[in-house]
Ligand binder design. Sequence first.
Ligand code: G
Ligand code: G
Ligand code: NA
Ligand code: MN
Length: 253
Amino acid sequence: LDIEQKLKAALHEGLLSLYLQPKYHLPDGQLSGFEVLLRWHDDQLGWISPGEFIPIAESSALGESLDRYVLSRALDYLATGPWPDIPELYVAVNITAEHFAQPQFADFIDAELAKRDLPGQRLHLEITEGVVMKRVPGVADNLKRLRERGLQVAIDDFGSGYSSLSYLKNLMVDELKIDKQFVDAIHTAQGITVMDSIIRIGRAFGLRITAEGIETPEQWHQLRMLGCDVGQGFLMQRPVPIDQAATVPSPFQ
Ligand code: G
Ligand code: G
Ligand code: NA
Ligand code: MN
């Protein structure tokens, strides 16, 4: 079996697991929500990283089925718990580029939320720069409709791709997730200047700023001082299996 067929089988047999990684308010360390990250364990191949299998799914017809699976499981979690004890908990789901551009995408989300009586505010979507940059008509339309429902949309891995600052002007999103490479670089004066600039630009466009891949206390403190809003990373919490999410410890107690 090649990996694409194995992935298809794993999806249908329920062998893909959802993990959650907390996103924290940087100013006070409070839990803000969870990013959903898919994990796949195969008996012969062992753990296969989504960095490996997501691109395979995206290049086949599997991307959409995978998104649908992750979304409905994530919304089931929101509807039934068990949750940590915070108000307005949200989950942030990564969406593949092709899927986000489809005209039915917003309808699918609407239906899944309605089925569980969940308000749009409880769902965030993470898309990569490329999705917005392409200016595919379906994308703008879906962004508009979803945000009218109260969903929040983040640009993931910001700065890693083909970002041009010009597109931020017309950007209909809520959050910038600054790519880990910029967090890794803030031990140097130049790295701090770059991070400071990205945060200021995001601010100028009224966006919430998230930093991902925070691994050291120094990075956390530096990002706080620069006015970053939200932080995510192994320093605070690695991704945990979804059934353990209710008990993630607060990292700064
Ligand atoms: O969790 P990890 O760092 O291994 O993820 C690697 C990549 O796979 C990241 O770019 C992440 O956004 C992506 N990814 C993880 N889970 C999902 C998912 O459920 N759907 C999509 N589309 N991408 C995912
Ligand atoms: O592309 P995306 O941002 O969705 O990818 C998130 C990926 O980053 C996940 O696979 C997650 O496991 C990984 N990740 C989250 N926090 C850290 C971190 O602090 N360090 C490293 N190396 N990876 C992280
Ligand atoms: Na993401
Ligand atoms: Mn990212």
